[in-house]
Design a protein around this ligand. Structure first.
Ligand code: FRU
Length: 498
């Protein structure tokens, strides 16, 4: 049905103004997902994480609370389980427990974004929801990245701004890698950070605007010290308590782990001074973290995979997922803590029978539960004062195969680790996270889904996230003490449901 608007000063709803070519491309992309869905094999599908209905997903984008929903957009290739011209997939939730998939929000359709609508963010202005994204082009091998906006009045249909691109070229402090706008409001002004780099140093470039349309370059907000990556992607800057926190995802370093900087922001000078730098998650499958706009709490999601990693589910016609939603907090010493949202307790279905406290003697092992479906939350507190073992492990052993995942702790070095080398597919490896200060006890919260594990230690002072692809989905957690005893003072375990 075509709608006409007789009165010239009567505004058409925004979605009716969507350029026909963009609308058709969105319909085609949605149709591709519908067609691909029956061929998505269940083998490694997750039970309580957000993942694409079919085909490819990477970074979370446009995280925002708008009209009663947490909206999550994501980098999406609706035509194959491999990365390709990027669209923005879209889902929303009221409670982070159940997700509703919505029509694809953005498709590459214009001269300035024909090779992809790259990552970005969202802000609410009055009744409107604005998405900011990078228009990506590669012409004759030459990269052009520009900054664009699309707007919605219903949170579902978006029209690209006729004035796009709003930022047409990178400043002299940057390079053609110039992307991933994160926008926020401070006092009367809007600010935008962009990821870039110059002379082998990743950097974050700051822009300012009065109206979200005309953007003025302010300067380099922060940059690598020379060892922290050549290009910084997906920057995010926000106030947390009395401090500011900057997140960046680095390119050009061996371990592309998301870095966080805690420091102070001087809006007058347009400079951020970092005082503390840390690793946001020590696992291999955590990248492009972004926090939500429009929430009181600082809520974060990240892509639960990584570039250049092997993703076995591609053969099942899907790839990529997002982490559990996590809240960021600062501890007394000014370091960042990452905790699963309290809402996630709503995923707990059935308490798994397990002792509430356990003493495992030297050289002994103890199965903490009977075999369980591998969608579990396990919380345990180990007393470090009464534990005499220098080293202990919690091994998730898969019942019908010889596979296992090991979460271990070395009391001597104060290091937590995750060892995935005994799982047949995916990314085998050993991932260490320092726990500092050690304290009197060690608390662990472990979330196991069918093809993922997320470990939160020491109230979120360290986290390790990994994708795992075991052959079976039944597991037994076995606690082993090596050269002394281990005392677990509190233990609880739940089956988690879809
Ligand atoms: C980060 C990233 C972004 C880019 C997007 C493309 O993972 O490389 O910098 O916008 O992915 O899909």
């Amino acid at each position: 049905m075509t709608m006409t608007y007789k009165n010239s000063n009567q505004q058409a709803p925004l979605d009716a103004q969507c350029a026909p070519s963009h609308r058709l491309l969105l319909q085609k992309a949605d149709a591709s997902i519908r067609q691909a869905q029956p061929a998505v094999a269940d083998t490694h599908r997750l039970h309580y994480h957000l993942m694409p209905q079919a085909n490819w997903m990477n970074d979370p984008n446009g995280l925002v609370y708008y009209r009663g929903y947490y909206h999550v957009f994501y980098q999406h290739h609706p035509y194959s389980p491999n990365w390709g011209p990027m669209h923005w997939g879209h889902a929303r939730t009221k409670d982070f427990l159940t997700w509703e998939h919505l029509p694809i929000a953005l498709a590459p359709s214009e001269n300035y974004d024909l090779d992809g609508c790259f990552s970005g963010s969202a802000v609410v202005e009055g009744d409107l929801l604005h998405l900011f994204y990078t228009g990506h082009r590669v012409i004759d091998g030459q990269l052009t990245q520009v900054q664009c906006r699309a707007t919605s009045s219903d949170g579902i249909h978006f029209i690209k701004d006729k004035r796009n691109p709003l930022i047409t070229s990178f400043p002299s402090d940057g390079s053609p890698d110039f992307r991933d706008p994160k926008v926020w409001q401070h006092q009367e002004s809007w600010f935008m950070v962009l990821g870039s780099g110059k002379n082998g140093r990743g950097n974050v470039l700051l822009y300012k605007s009065k109206d979200l349309t005309q953007w003025d370059y302010v300067g380099v907000l922060a940059q690598s010290d020379g060892t922290q990556g050549t290009i910084w992607e997906c920057p995010d800057l926000f106030l947390l308590g009395a401090r500011h926190v900057l997140l960046v995802s680095p390119m050009g370093v061996e371990n592309r782990r998301v870095m966080y900087f805690v420091g102070d922001m001087d809006y007058e000078a347009g400079k951020f001074s970092p005082q503390h730098v840390g690793t946001l998650d020590y696992g291999p499958d955590f990248y492009a973290a972004q926090t939500f706009s429009g929430t009181k709490r600082r809520l974060m999601l990240a892509w639960m995979d990584a570039w250049e990693c092997h993703i076995p589910s591609k053969k099942d016609n899907w790839a990529g997922a997002l982490t559990l939603p996590r809240e960021l907090l600062l501890d007394e010493s000014g370091k960042l803590k990452t905790q699963p949202l309290p809402e996630l307790k709503g995923l707990r279905r059935r308490g798994v029978p397990a002792p509430t406290s356990v003493l495992v003697e030297k050289d002994q092992s103890l199965a903490l539960t009977n075999p369980q479906a591998a969608c579990l939350e396990m919380n345990l507190v180990v007393s470090l004062t009464s534990t005499t073992a220098s080293h202990f492990t919690l091994c998730f052993s898969y019942a019908e195969s010889s596979e296992q995942i090991v979460v271990g702790y070395n009391k001597v070095t104060g290091e937590l680790y995750l060892d995935t080398s005994e799982v047949h597919a995916g990314q085998p490896g050993l991932y260490n996270a320092p726990i500092y200060p050690q304290g009197q006890s060690l608390d662990l919260r472990i979330f196991l889904d069918r093809s993922s594990i997320e470990v939160f230690a020491h109230e979120g002072a360290a986290t390790i996230t990994a994708r795992i692809y075991p052959r079976s989905h039944t597991t037994v957690p076995i606690l082993s003490a090596l050269d002394g005893q281990i005392e677990v003072t509190s233990l609880a375990c739940w089956n988690l449901a879809k």
